[in-house]
Design a protein around this ligand. Sequence first.
Ligand code: CTP
Ligand code: MG
Length: 230
Amino acid sequence: TGFHVVLPAAGIGSRMRADRPKQYLQVAGRSILEHTLDCFLGHPGLRGLVVCLAPDDPFWLRLACAGDPRILRAQGGRERAGSVRNGLQCLLEHGACLDDWVLVHDAARPNLARSDLDHLLDALANDPVGGLLAVPVRDTLKRIGADGRVSETIDRTPIWQAYTPQMFRLGMLRDSLGAALAAGVAITDEASALEWAGLSARLIEGRADNLKVTRPEDLDWLRRLWGATS
Ligand code: CTP
Ligand code: MG
């Protein structure tokens, strides 16, 4: 299956509390964003790829991959959904079609396995809507009361964590995101925009270690996982 990729990379990483946005932190000799790019740049199905960058981003041009002609750049939005919308627009301006598949993947999720990517592409190739990698919740879930104590235990069997990539038809995703943004609905991932438009994404079970780097301890986890010393 041929596909396009949008990498939203315009966030500031406030929860990481580092001296720069987390996608530019170095792990195992390269930035997290470069590791993430690697997951896609080597794939034979890749048709086009766009990174969405903050308008005042001084870091991108210092990366070794900044001159790679395969990588398009779009301007990030104030919210992730706005960044993704700009990325989709950029792909369309560079020859992508409304019926093409597009995969949206967090720049800060650098441990995507090739087997998960291929599984997602295979499983959804003939799907009318699309879907996303996700992982069933493993822990027991508690609802908390106003007094800060457990009020009940929640059935976890229908609860999954939404990961990325999220894979949809470019036109369908653009229209759903546009409508949700125009209505002012809070959209935290692409699937929620589709839901809002009355379309339902399929969940494809992926590896639990396809984690988003969010907090300082996640960097230590990633270094241990990769056997990296820096
Ligand atoms: N992102 C983006 N544009 C925004 C906000 C986020 O492109 N306006 C991107 C981030 O760069 C990241 C992905 O969306 O790759 C997932 O967002 P998140 O993990 O929330 O990153 P940040 O918003 O940067 O982090 P934080 O919420 O801790 O500030
Ligand atoms: Mg954020």
